[in-house]
Design a protein around this ligand. Sequence first.
Ligand code: SF4
Length: 360
Amino acid sequence: MKYLDEYRDAKGVNTLVNAIAARVTQPWTLMEICGGQTHAILKYGLDRLLPPQIRLIHGPGCPVCVTAQIKIDQALHMAMQPGVIFCSFGDMLRVPGSRYDLLGVKAQGADVRMVYSPLDALTLARENPDKQVVFFAVGFETTAPSTAMALLQARRFGVGNFSVLVAHVRVPPAMEVLLSAPDNRVQGFLAAGHVCAVMGYWEYEPLAERFRLPIIVTGFEPLDILQGILACVEQLEQGRACVENHYGRAVTHAGNVAAQSLMNQVFMPVDLEWRGLGCIAGSGLGMRPEFKELNADTRFDLSGVAEVEENRCMSGDVLTGRIKPDQCPAFARPCTPEHPLGATMVSSEGACAAYYRYRR
Ligand code: SF4
């Protein structure tokens, strides 16, 4: 198949749904990791086409959603300092901190700007030498290489007024935490194709072996997702557990080695707090000590930013697949995309946003 439409072909969808129904003999619970896949499943109603034995639960695959509230409060604190231009991807602007969101502090006079890449933020720094420009780097392994590139360029060109607040996260440690939980229900994973396009899928092989469950690398279109589910069901029914790549048009076993090398020059695994999952060992990408001068954490005094209690948002339970968004008592009322109580309602990859858009 060469064109996008072919991956949305209704006949192909029916064929795969029938193949899954013919193969399944008992209930199976599968988790898709990525928020982009969650949106595709809801948008095309794939979960409703599947036989009742297949239960899909949604994972912590939205980087905006899993960013801990303390990190957002740190971002708000930096954005409110005089002489700062604070840059973020658009999704982050409306994620609530403990008191405000970035749009709220912008309304109060802070210079908060939406950018499409970290290199845009670096350009702003070069154009505004009298300001401190901070980029809020959020994302999985997919976006970390572009942050690494911006940091390397900042150093190369001596851009002294640029720094990065890093909140990059790694997928495999989060999968391990979910699988290790005493109440784990996940029996098979659909792994996110775009993360694997960068990282390959070798990192998942020890997980599949240790926890004895299938992990299927999957794309984002209806046929991609259904092929992934069929492959998962095949393995489960046969009692097999290994990693299979069903996104061969973008993913290789080794991944994008040049991008990995960029990341490794700048970042190293660190322990990180996730919303809903707590602190996970080795799950963050922290800046290496030799990039200390470009780390916003060290450029700003954050001692006044304290941990606060989470509000009544249940996104932790949503992000770990314990509840579906429409089981949250606040869903749709009072929590809406216009007045979100949590990140999962406002991010374009958030599960609550997907349910609000396609399942009300
Ligand atoms: S519906 Fe709103 S309050 Fe409930 S989990 Fe989702 S974002 Fe949080």
